[in-house]
Design a protein around this ligand. Structure first.
Ligand code: CP
Length: 305
């Protein structure tokens, strides 16, 4: 369709098509001259109601490398602070004739709601605990480049699954491409009914990491927890933090991922995060290429493209 609101609903060939196109942009991004003209004359607005380092900056770089005029809305100093609603903000920006809106919001479903109110393409850059589709795409690209495939791999997604849009988008994408997905978390950080997504559930790292090809750690999202439910960081790290001892349970050639931002010493030990098995920096590089692939694909569907 006109928007990218989630991985849910995409078929395998659409996902691999985006990954194949992103491979071309990985090569382009390593050259001195990085610019293309697919989005020349187009206007892209990044509208982030939640903090971001990786997603917002890579969407800005991606849009500029494709030739778009990119505007970053500063929500903190916008009229949202005066009580203007999400929908009124969207309608206001829509009147300026943007071609692409990239939106992050703290409420699940907010980006889909906004998409119904505007005429342009909308890309979900993360909505509540629902979806973060470009994160799952960049993770898949990183896995495919390092393992040569997705099909048949065992991926263990570990930690705060309850609050994680990254986990949800990854589970859907990895299943669509034929991987086996495990989730590893204490019961308090698992959404009820998670089994209905077809994952195997483990409540200890020792069991959940056994023989895994990919160990994907999640940030403990303490800002989304009510006071008394925040676990002790020391205890959490002891049971669920990834260190070298726990990683030894995984396959001998297992690789480690984290979407960022990391809480070092909470869900991941620095020795692992910065160690030879870590793909964390490569994930960031793939983020720019994947976002270029998404913007390029959507741009080709714009009127007069
Ligand atoms: N992984 C991710 O979405 O990071 P940011 O919150 O920094 O964009």
């Amino acid at each position: 369709g006109r928007d990218l609101l989630g991985i849910e609903g995409l078929i395998a060939s659409e996902i691999t098509g985006l990954l194949d196109l992103a491979e071309e942009f990985v090569e382009l991004n390593r050259q001195v001259e990085k610019k293309r003209t697919t989005l020349r004359g187009r206007t892209q607005i990044n509208l982030f109601f939640e903090a971001s380092t990786r997603t917002q900056s890579s969407f800005e770089i991606a849009g500029k490398r494709l030739g778009a005029d990119v505007m970053n809305m500063s929500v903190g100093s916008s009229s949202v602070k005066k009580g203007e609603t999400l929908v009124d903000t969207a309608i206001t920006l829509n009147a300026m004739h943007p071609d692409i809106l990239v939106v992050r919001h703290h409420a699940s479903g907010a980006v889909a709601l906004l998409a119904r109110k505007v005429d342009c393409c909308v890309v979900n850059a993360g909505d509540g605990a629902h979806e973060h589709p470009t994160q799952a795409l960049l993770d898949a690209l990183t896995i495919r480049r390092n393992k040569g495939r997705i099909q048949g791999l065992t991926v263990a997604i570990c930690g705060d699954v309850l609050h994680s849009r990254v986990a949800r988008s990854n589970i859907i994408l990895l299943h669509t491409l034929g991987a086996k997905v495990r989730v590893v978390a204490p019961s308090t950080l698992l959404p009820s009914g998670i089994e209905s997504l077809g994952v195997e559930v483990f409540r200890t790292m020792e069991a959940g990491l056994d023989g895994a090809d990919i160990v994907m750690m999640l940030r403990l999202q303490r800002e989304r927890m009510a006071g008394s439910f925040i676990p002790s960081v020391k205890e959490y790290f002891h049971y669920f933090g990834l260190d070298e001892a726990k990683l030894r349970r995984a396959a001998p050639d297992a690789l480690v991922m984290h979407p960022g931002p990391m809480n070092r010493g909470v869900e991941i030990d620095s020795a692992v995060a910065d160690g030879p098995r870590s793909l964390i920096r490569e994930q960031v590089e793939m983020g720019v290429a994947v976002r270029m692939a998404v913007l390029d694909t959507l741009a080709r569907k714009l009127p007069n493209a």
